[in-house]
Design a protein around this ligand. Structure first.
Ligand SMILES: *Cc1c(COP(=O)(O)O)cnc(C)c1O
Length: 349
């Protein structure tokens, strides 16, 4: 109500306050909010100067946004397979993809995605990108609030992007996104790029930009939700622990290494009878979801890129086996027991 009373709907004081708190929460120097997580990826690429003639590595088993942002800035996506145990970009296949790439772009960056809330293998990715002179972008749309080796998501890559879409770990009541970085020059560039490429004065346009801002109303909502984010992640960790202990051993449950804290955007199991299990659960009145049924290299809009023309055996297998179970922070014990019973009866144990 105070946002409505004051009327500063665009870049009002709540936006600046949220940016300060996001940076503090992620322990990085700068946070810049924007319109959504897809724009955040595009702004990251624009800020790093990536465009026509460049090529960017992206995992093939993920939401489409990272590949889409690469194409929108005029660069070419090079798809990379993922690891079956983490669902995240496989650093060894990254090296294979680089060696086998026959497109026309100059490889210059990697977008790693922290799928389902688990940070990717940034130690290995940083060593590869440093050796090759590539930039490293973390798509943390599903992992804001997670950490790896004691470093919060936000400090694991050159630029980290996130989304405040309602179903993400830190969700607002509409669309929103942000970029995180240690670099003050990138911070300045992102602020210019999100506002039509403005210079020091509003109508002095010094570069080609976008119109991509977080609404003040959404910032006010996010300030409240950020304050309870840690508790919500603890609640989802408890749910994950209980699923891990109670689900039938015939399904593969997600593993999290000791060094990582997942944000648990999704709790995703694997079974080679996925469609039967989902149908049986649906008959019990239990929802589930498949993220993602089709790897990007196979989607109609991306199949023709040179970087799609390789084998991606792990992504192919995962697309047929993954099933995400109900796992939000407010799931009750009874509800979770009902999910477990439903999966067990579907599996026949
Ligand atoms: C949701 C999501 C995005 C895009 O976020 P929007 O705010 O919906 O644009 C990007 N990457 C990943 C991995 C996502 O899950």
């Amino acid at each position: 109500m105070s946002v409505v009373d004051v009327g500063a709907f665009i870049l009002g004081p709540e936006v600046a306050r949220l940016e300060e708190q996001l940076a503090a929460h992620a322990d990085v120097a700068h946070a810049v909010t924007c319109g959504n997580g897809t724009d955040a990826l595009q702004l990251a690429l624009m800020g790093l100067g990536i465009g026509p003639g460049d090529a960017v590595f992206v995992p093939t088993f993920t939401f489409v946004a990272p590949a889409e942002a690469v194409v929108l800035v005029g660069a070419e996506p090079i798809f990379v397979d993922v690891r079956a145990d983490t669902f995240n970009l496989d650093p060894e296949d990254l090296l294979t993809a680089a060696a086998e790439y026959r497109g026309s772009g100059r490889p210059c960056a990697v977008i790693a995605v922290d799928l389902f809330g688990l940070p990717a293998d940034y130690a290995r990715l940083r060593s590869i990108t440093a050796d090759c002179g590539w930039s490293l972008i973390a798509d943390a749309a599903q992992s804001f609030g997670a950490s790896l080796g004691g470093t919060a998501v936000g400090g694991l890559a050159d630029v980290t992007t996130t989304s405040f879409f309602p179903s993400k770990p830190l969700g607002c009541y509409g669309d929103g996104g942000a970029l995180l970085t240690e670099s003050s020059s990138l911070d300045g560039l992102f602020r210019s790029l999100r506002a039509h490429g403005k210079g020091s004065q509003k109508y002095d346009n010094v570069r080609i930009g976008m119109n991509s801002r977080l609404d003040t109303l959404q910032a006010a909502i996010l300030l409240e939700k950020l304050a309870i984010l840690e508790n919500e992640i603890v609640a989802r960790q408890n749910i994950a622990d209980r699923y891990g202990a109670c689900l039938p051993t015939d399904v593969v449950v997600p593993e999290v290494t000791a060094a990582a804290q997942s944000a648990w955007a999704q709790y995703t199991i694997r079974t080679n009878r996925r469609d039967d299990v989902a149908a049986s659960m649906r008959a019990d009145g239990v929802e589930s979801a498949v993220y993602y049924p089709l790897p990007l290299h196979r989607s109609r809009a991306y199949a023709a890129f040179p970087g799609s023309n390789r084998a991606f055996p792990v992504a192919e297998r995962l697309a047929g086996e993954v099933l995400s179970l109900p796992s939000h922070s407010y799931l009750t014990d009874d509800e979770q027991a009902m999910v477990v019973r439903s999966v067990a009866s579907a599996i026949g144990t």
